[in-house]
Design a protein around this ligand. Structure first.
Ligand SMILES: Nc1ncnc2c1ncn2[C@@H]1O[C@H](COP(=O)(O)OP(=O)(O)OP(=O)(O)O)[C@@H](O)[C@H]1O
Length: 230
């Protein structure tokens, strides 16, 4: 389980995250909603260690992540799918997947199971990442994050700029991964219907503060859609 408490983050003098608390259980999808610029990406970057933690605790199971560098967090079980995917355009699909293992001890192999989750990647192993469609790149970015076998998967707006049929495929994979009960999933989304369909739990952020939280099934009755649209 992921347990975050008292997380504060700054860019220069701007206070971006304010005492954020977040829990994400193994086997659940925890969605983080909020409008542009409220700090959702900064939250994921802080969990991954891309932005060093200033104050607060970040624990995954019994491991303390807060002082750790990103590669150490990968080794501790964190997988990250950044906004915009950040695929290596000149590397092949297979080499992009191997990059997912760069922080792991040598000798780790790309799990064959990734190609069962994303059959489209199996046909494209030798293609360059830059030649894939946006939806295929998104699937590649998720597969790359899964390569080391994470305990916590962080997804930053995986539906952004993706066509509806691929969004459905990605949603099915996220559900399947959660249902295995081996990892916690934190999904940052602005696409309300996608988030609501997958959410076991939700949090809503406004200007760096968590302003609402609850069970996924209660999102509609809690008025989260309205919170997002006003
Ligand atoms: N590298 C940076 N330096 C300074 N300010 C930044 C930096 N990155 C983001 N910000 C600011 O921090 C705030 C939070 O940004 P963040 O990207 O975390 O929000 P977000 O909720 O993920 O938004 P979006 O959905 O648009 O990605 C914004 O006001 C943004 O302008």
């Amino acid at each position: 389980m992921l347990q975050v408490e008292g997380l504060n983050q700054y860019y220069g003098g701007s206070h971006i995250l304010r005492d954020v608390a977040l829990q994400a259980r193994i086997g659940e999808v925890t969605v983080v909603l909020g409008r542009n610029g409220v700090g959702k990406t900064t939250l994921l970057k802080s969990l991954m260690g891309v932005v060093p933690t200033r104050t607060g605790t970040i624990r995954l199971d019994d491991r303390d992540l807060a002082g750790k560098a990103p590669y150490e967090r990968v080794r501790s079980g964190v997988g990250y799918v950044p906004q915009g995917r950040e695929i290596f355009g000149r590397l092949t699909v297979m080499d992009n997947l191997r990059m997912g293992l760069a922080s792991m001890p040598s000798g780790s192999d790309v799990p064959a199971e990734l190609f069962e989750l994303f059959p489209v990647l199996a046909q494209m192993k030798s293609r360059r990442g830059g030649d894939l469609s946006g939806g295929q790149q998104q699937q590649l970015a998720i597969a790359r994050a899964l390569a080391p076998g994470p305990r916590l998967l962080l997804l930053d707006e995986p539906t952004e700029g993706i066509q509806p049929s691929v969004i459905k495929d990605i949603g099915r994979v996220i559900r399947k991964l959660a249902d295995r009960r081996t990892m916690a999933i934190v999904l940052v989304e602005q696409f309300y219907d996608f988030a609501a369909e997958l959410a076991d739990a939700y949090v809503v952020m406004e200007r760096g503060v968590v302003v609402a939280r609850g069970a996924g099934a209660a999102m509609e009755s809690d008025g989260v859609r309205t919170l997002m649209s006003v």
